[in-house]
Design a binder for this molecule. Structure first.
Ligand code: ATP
Length: 654
């Protein structure tokens, strides 16, 4: 277990290119791993808000002063009251001191609570922003396939299902600091009012037992963090049970009891680990004995001194109060637990925040990021040269020595079996992953040399698993070019070409309808409507200058008419663009200028529809298999005579 509350395997690897930290962030992440999570949290506070941290520090000092004054004030008052002379000056001084203490407590406590809340909220915001920023920073997405990074992101979101955000640690901290200061002040007062060995003995006992408890809590927190996989599973099961996407299947397949049972098991498995690490009965018994012995060692001499008149009433009163005040050095239960649990997210958030941008390009390139701009590309071609690729943590090579050319301004359809690597090709083309070997070039220049953002401005993509954003229709289309000025005409035109125009007219809020039933006046769409919307989004990017259109299974959810309309518009849609079309529908595929068949990690066949049919290879076989049912149907529709003639037997008879 490391000091940041992470286990050894998951923190010090930094094995992927993208998970290496750089510069300031790297140094901070390294420091974070070495220090305890509480120290890391404390170091963050002035960075988050210098003013609030300073104000809190001053308040805490004032409160500690108040706690030092309380025993003195009581001592003075009791001494004055028990004095046979009943000195009015003594009584007044005692009362004034008590008044100051009460005033400090009454006035400062609510201010401290409010400041702690504000600083805690600011810390929560800063850590959430750091996590989001870091997770989004790498230009590629390989880090999201990395279990270590997933683990850190999970911890950064606050530990497990308990979800204690770092802000709660601030609240715990400002509760604990005055306690500890009170303990220290009490030690000094006990020394003054008794003998100096007394606070040493009692303070040591409280510090030792307090440290034991703290270690138990740390073990428990790390056990909690070590259980993120288990708790993540529990969190997922809870999500499945309580949200809309899985609601249909859960009911249809009768998964209710199964889900409840699995959730309960996963939750308790995670929690039991924590409890096991937390409770050590032997140590607890030892702690109690140690504290009893230390108190007896101090109280008995005090009683002796009191009965033999060695100490004044004032000193005895102060000593007894200080004795109680020393409790503040020991175990502070929930506050300590909360402090450690809620701090655990901070080092993880810093580690995620320190993820680096991604692989850098060749030295000496131009452009804002030191790389080539890609505006207007490709002018000649996009080329895959001997490309090999395996997913991080994947089972093996998906692509192996793949060569492929996409002439600029033409369309290429990619076909192949499930899992052949077609979508992977599109992800490499978008620079979301980098080839393990070989290269992807644009007009002869390695894609790595280009600024990824600039290259992606040239792309308009509909992924197979496109996102259904629960935002307005306008946003869903506008995301195609988020930085573009609001352009109603372009939105309408993209929606028209994508086949969505008209759907929005039926929605309660038109273009501004939130696309989720979970929002007021929101509504969901059908699968096909979502697909049209995703296509409109890509076409909006085209309207704003994208030159490469990538369509991965663009008609999978469309009805026959919509699919037919898309074919009819295909040439219009793709005119002047470099188009990549991934599809299992050969009616769509045959519309492309060229077709590439992916098999065994390479391009097995490449040519026009007619050329590949004439070659009689894999493409021709796949095409016939898919068109056969329609041929039979046509025969059937043409009548029994025609059908008989098309069966092998019938043809033989004919
Ligand atoms: N993020 C990932 N991590 C690990 N392996 C992956 C990942 N994504 C895809 N794969 C694997 O890579 C292989 C190729 O997947 P890809 O999605 O490119 O296939 P495809 O040809 O598009 O398939 P389909 O026709 O089913 O859409 C598959 O074996 C898949 O399991």
């Amino acid at each position: 277990m490391k000091a940041d509350g992470t286990d050894t395997d998951s923190t010090d690897t930094d094995s992927t290119d993208t998970s290496r930290a750089d510069g300031d962030g790297k140094a901070r992440a390294r420091r974070a791993r070495r220090s305890s999570e509480v120290l890391v949290l404390v170091r963050q506070l002035p960075r988050v808000s210098r003013g609030l941290t300073l104000a809190l520090a001053v308040l805490l000092l004032a409160q500690a002063t108040g706690s030092a004054l309380l025993p003195l004030a009581t001592g003075r008052l009791v001494a004055a009251l028990t004095d046979t002379a009943k000195s009015m000056r003594g009584v007044t001084a005692g009362l004034v001191l008590l008044g100051v203490v009460l005033f400090l407590d009454v006035v400062l406590e609510p201010i401290r609570t409010m400041l702690a809340w504000r600083l805690g909220t600011a810390l929560d915001g800063a850590m959430a922003q750091t996590t989001v920023d870091g997770a989004l920073r790498p230009a590629q997405i390989g880090h999201l396939d990395d279990a270590d990074v997933a683990d850190r992101v999970e911890r950064a979101r606050a530990v497990g299902l308990g979800a204690h955000p770092p802000g709660q640690a601030v609240t715990a901290l400002v509760g604990l600091v005055p306690l500890r200061l009170t303990g220290l002040v009490s030690a000094v007062l006990l020394g003054w009012a008794g003998q100096w060995w007394m606070p040493v003995v009692l303070g040591a006992a409280w510090v030792v037992t307090g440290r034991w408890q703290e270690k138990e809590i740390q073990r428990s927190v790390s056990a909690h963090a070590g259980e993120t996989a288990q708790l993540r599973r529990a969190a997922y099961l809870r999500e499945v049970a309580t949200t809309a996407p899985a609601a249909k299947e859960v009911r249809l397949f009768g998964l209710r009891s199964w889900l409840v049972e699995r959730f309960t098991t996963a939750w308790w498995d995670g929690m039991v680990q924590m409890r096991r690490a937390r409770v050590s009965p032997r140590r607890h018994a030892l702690a109690i004995l140690l504290l009893l012995a230390a108190h007896l060692a101090v109280v008995l001499p005090l009683v002796h001194q009191a009965t033999h008149g060695d100490r004044s009433v004032e000193q005895l009163t102060v000593a007894l109060q200080a004795l109680l005040g020393l409790f503040a050095l020991g175990f502070s239960g929930d506050l300590q637990w909360m402090l450690h649990t809620a701090s655990a997210a901070v080092p993880a958030a810093l580690a995620v925040g320190a993820l680096e941008t991604g692989e850098t390009g060749e030295a000496g390139q131009v452009g804002e990021t030191g790389r080539l701009g890609a505006a207007g590309l490709p002018r000649r071609e996009i080329r895959f040269e001997n490309v090999g690729f395996a997913y991080p943590g994947g089972r093996g090579r998906v692509l192996d020595g793949l060569d492929l050319v996409l002439p600029a301004g033409s369309s290429l359809a990619i076909v192949g079996d499930n899992g052949a690597g077609k979508s992977t090709l599109t992800k490499l083309l978008a620079g979301l992953y980098l080839p393990g070997s070989g290269r992807v070039t644009v007009d002869g220049q390695d894609l790595r040399a280009h600024d990824p953002e600039s290259w992606r401005r040239q792309l308009a993509v509909v992924f197979q698993d496109f996102v259904r954003y629960p935002f307005s229709v306008r946003d869903n289309v506008g995301f195609g070019r988020i930085e573009a000025e609001a352009d109603e005409g372009a939105l309408v035109e993209a929606a028209r070409l994508g086949g969505f125009l008209g759907v929005e007219a039926e929605l309660p809020g038109g273009w501004d309808t939130p696309l989720s039933g979970a929002y007021t006046d929101g509504t969901d769409l059908s699968g096909g409507q979502w697909q049209r919307l995703a296509l409109s989004r890509a076409l909006y990017a085209v309207r704003h200058g994208a030159r490469v259109l990538v369509l991965d299974e663009p008609t999978a959810h469309l009805d026959v008419r919509a699919e037919h309309e898309l074919y009819a518009r295909f040439l219009d849609l793709t005119a002047g663009l470099t188009t990549v079309l991934v599809s299992h529908r050969f009616a769509t595929v045959r519309l492309a200028d060229r077709i590439a068949v992916v098999e065994d990690g390479r391009i097995g066949e490449y040519g026009t529809h007619d050329e590949l049919l004439a070659a009689g290879g894999r493409y021709a076989r796949m095409f016939r298999v898919q068109s056969q049912p329609f041929a039979v149907r046509e025969d059937v529709l043409a009548g029994p005579q025609a059908a008989a003639e098309t069966t092998p037997e019938g043809a033989g008879r004919a």
